[in-house]
Design a binder for this molecule. Structure first.
Ligand code: COA
Length: 203
């Protein structure tokens, strides 16, 4: 309830996570860190022990709180989708992430204007392809080119050509502006009919 000291603490913590990122749990400091501008990248893949893989709950929760209608879908499970979480860290905080996994059923798309795309093939590509599930940065770290660099570094490490990845739909408003700049012409998107709502030239 608003006004109770416990609730105020909770709100302060939620706001701090949104603005500055989430404190890293114990155990994570032992993982290798790859320099990325004034931050570092920590790769959470199947090689990382499960007790560490599941310690990103609060980071994912911060992203989910901001975009509750856009599934994040990370649970640390090891399976054929090879879920890999690229965590952007600064000192003892996780300040962002990009979630990748293998998926199929991607559509080849092309921007027709600032806002809309057209589908340029008759059926989806059923080959397995690396997919960017979600990308999120704490507020203070946005619009500094870090999102783009996080994507470039993650694809370099996977490794996969940036142009070959597909993007999980629907896009948030930030996501649309970002993807429009990173992929100015053609790109792959994956989602059901609802996920294309408002994005297709005809809708
Ligand atoms: C989407 C997100 C990860 C982008 O990260 P970022 O570090 O801010 O992006 P960059 O600074 O690398 O942006 C690259 C270019 O994309 C465009 N862009 C990115 N975010 C934009 C926005 N909110 N509005 C307009 N253009 C934007 C700009 O052209 C930018 O270049 P510029 O700043 O030189 O003009 C970040 O805004 C975010 O975390 N948003 C909240 C979560 C979210 O919506 N995720 C997308 C899920 S689909």
């Amino acid at each position: 309830m608003q006004g109770l000291p416990g609730d105020e603490d909770k709100h302060r913590k939620i706001h701090e996570h949104f603005e500055h990122g989430v404190p890293l749990h114990k155990g994570i400091e032992t993982l290798p860190r790859i320099p990325l501008r004034d931050c570092e990248l920590i790769v959470i893949d199947s090689e990382v022990p499960f007790y560490i893989r599941k310690r990103f709950y609060e980071l994912l929760a911060a992203a989910y709180r901001e975009m509750p209608y856009y599934p994040i879908g990370y649970d640390g499970t090891v399976d054929e989708s090879q879920q890999t979480l690229f965590v952007l860290a600064q000192a003892d905080r996780a300040v962002g992430f990009a979630l990748f996994s293998l998926d199929s059923g991607c559509w080849r798309l092309r921007w027709v204007n600032e806002d809309k795309v057209e589908i340029i093939q008759e059926s989806p590509d059923m080959d397995s392809r690396w997919k960017l599930g979600r990308i999120w940065l704490a507020k203070r770290f946005r619009r500094r080119g870090l999102g783009r660099e996080l994507l470039l570094k993650a694809t370099e490490l996977i490794p996969v050509n940036l142009e070959e990845i597909c993007i999980e739909l629907p896009l948030t408003p930030d996501g649309k502006s970002f993807i429009r700049r990173v992929f100015p012409d053609m790109w792959y998107g994956r989602g059901d009919r609802d996920a294309f709502e408002g994005l297709l030239e005809s809708s």
